[in-house]
Design a protein around this ligand. Structure first.
Ligand SMILES: Nc1ncnc2c1ncn2[C@@H]1O[C@H](COP(=O)(O)OP(=O)(O)O)[C@@H](O)[C@H]1O
Ligand SMILES: [Mg+2]
Length: 397
């Protein structure tokens, strides 16, 4: 087939969408921050971006990293997880980033010598296993830097040394952590303390921190240290509005010589509810079933149905399969409120329980597993858009 055009849509966690729709303001704000740090040589207030699963946090964070790297910054990106301390994953990625940067020029290598030495000290304490893998050689004496054994102090010194080195080279440092809510309290509080202290220095070193995670993230950070509320610049990443959803679907098609009939586009936009994950799934399936260069209503309807099947199986069902019967009862009771939130008092009544405490075990288990979160005291909501709808459809069958 000579006229085969590859499918431009990209359903799936972290996959770069063909059109990063609706995030113009955030991208501009980020670019302004890069320019500000670049011009002043001083760090800026750290950011925290939170949002539901599948709204595009990871792809946005990756785009930030790409932009910072494109202008020559040292960029470090990690995904926090319960399996590995944040300090260890950070230091491993940092080793990789420093080597990459140092390989660029002798000047860069010289400017970052001190940072290498600080990292070596840091890893002795906080990543003893990983330090074996990547040997860091440096002839600089950095005794006294990042070697106190107090994580908050050492992280602060490591970051300062790194950013000062970068500053000498006329660049900055971007530290990006995805799924930040997964990090342990110990690591989160050390991070808060380190960023707080760095930000208060007379000349804050040129480092920018961005953490992304579920809507629970601001509360998780505040639990780690009380002043986290004032430390970060909090922003939420939400669903796309109809216009952006339309652009996410139509412009990748247009770039490949395919146009949408207006009604067909409107139908798919409506079906997706602006949920980026579902937008890509619908785009992909509609693309595959179309017969020519014009996407019509029939293509739209078939594509939506296929996309729904795929997302039901791949996103919703796989999550629901993993919960216990008690947790499932709670989720079913929540689904009555649609995407939420649900008040615990209502849920107690719906599940035939007597007290709030009767639900508290399932509630905290589901929160820990990332299925639900507490948007407010006494309330819970799903972390995945469309989960309620899926549960309701299951019950109807
Ligand atoms: N702004 C956007 N416009 C179009 N598609 C997007 C956008 N953001 C994310 N997507 C798509 O949505 C899906 C989920 O993105 P991801 O970054 O993994 O979400 P999250 O990290 O919030 O769970 C991916 O298929 C991605 O291509
Ligand atoms: Mg993600």
């Amino acid at each position: 087939m000579s006229d085969f055009v590859p499918n431009p849509f990209r359903p799936g966690a972290g996959r770069v969408p063909p059109e990063l729709a609706g995030r113009g303001e955030l991208l501009e704000a980020f670019t302004r921050m890069l320019q500000q740090v670049g011009a002043s040589g001083e760090g800026e207030r750290p950011w925290v971006l939170s949002g539901l699963r599948g709204v595009g946090k990871t792809v946005l964070l990756n785009e930030f990293v790409r932009r910072a790297r494109d202008i020559g910054w040292v960029t470090v990106k990690v995904e926090a997880s319960a399996a590995q301390p944040l300090a260890a994953s950070l230091s491993r990625e940092l080793a990789v980033a420093l080597r990459r940067q140092a390989s660029l020029s002798e000047r860069a290598a010289a400017g970052l010598k001190q940072a290498f030495a600080a990292l070596r000290n840091f890893r002795v304490r906080f990543d003893p296993d990983g330090a074996i893998g990547i040997e860091i050689s440096t002839d600089v004496d950095a005794s006294g830097i990042a070697d106190s054994g107090d994580l908050a102090v050492d992280l602060q010194e490591l970051l300062r040394t790194l950013a000062e080195g970068a500053g000498l080279l006329g660049i900055g440092v971007l530290l990006a952590v995805d799924e930040l809510q997964e990090a342990s309290v110990v690591n989160l509080s050390a991070l808060n303390v380190a960023l707080h202290n760095l930000g208060q220095e007379a000349f804050p070193p040129p480092i920018v921190f961005i953490g992304t995670g579920l809507p629970s993230l601001p509360a998780v950070l505040a639990d780690a240290t009380s002043y986290a509320e004032r430390l970060y610049d909090y922003r939420t990443i939400g669903l796309l509005d109809a216009e952006s959803t339309g652009a996410a679907l139509s412009s990748p098609a247009a770039h490949n010589g395919v146009t949408w009939n207006r009604e067909a586009l409107r139908a798919v936009v409506r079906a997706t509810g602006g949920y980026p994950y579902f937008v890509q799934a619908c785009g992909k399936h509609v693309w595959d079933v179309r017969t020519g260069e014009l996407i019509g209503m029939e293509d739209a309807n078939i594509g939506i149905a296929l996309a729904r099947n795929e997302v039901d199986e791949g996103l919703y069902r796989s999550r629901l399969d993993r919960v216990t019967p008690k947790q499932r009862d709670l989720l079913r009771a929540m689904a009555v409120d649609g995407d939420g939130p649900s008040s615990i008092t209502d849920l107690v009544a719906r599940t035939g329980k007597r007290r709030t405490s009767d639900l508290s075990v399932s509630r905290s288990e589901l929160i820990r597993a990332g299925h639900i979160y507490a948007p407010d005291r006494g309330y819970v909501a799903f972390t995945v858009p469309g989960m309620a709808d899926y549960i309701t459809r299951l019950a109807d069958d």
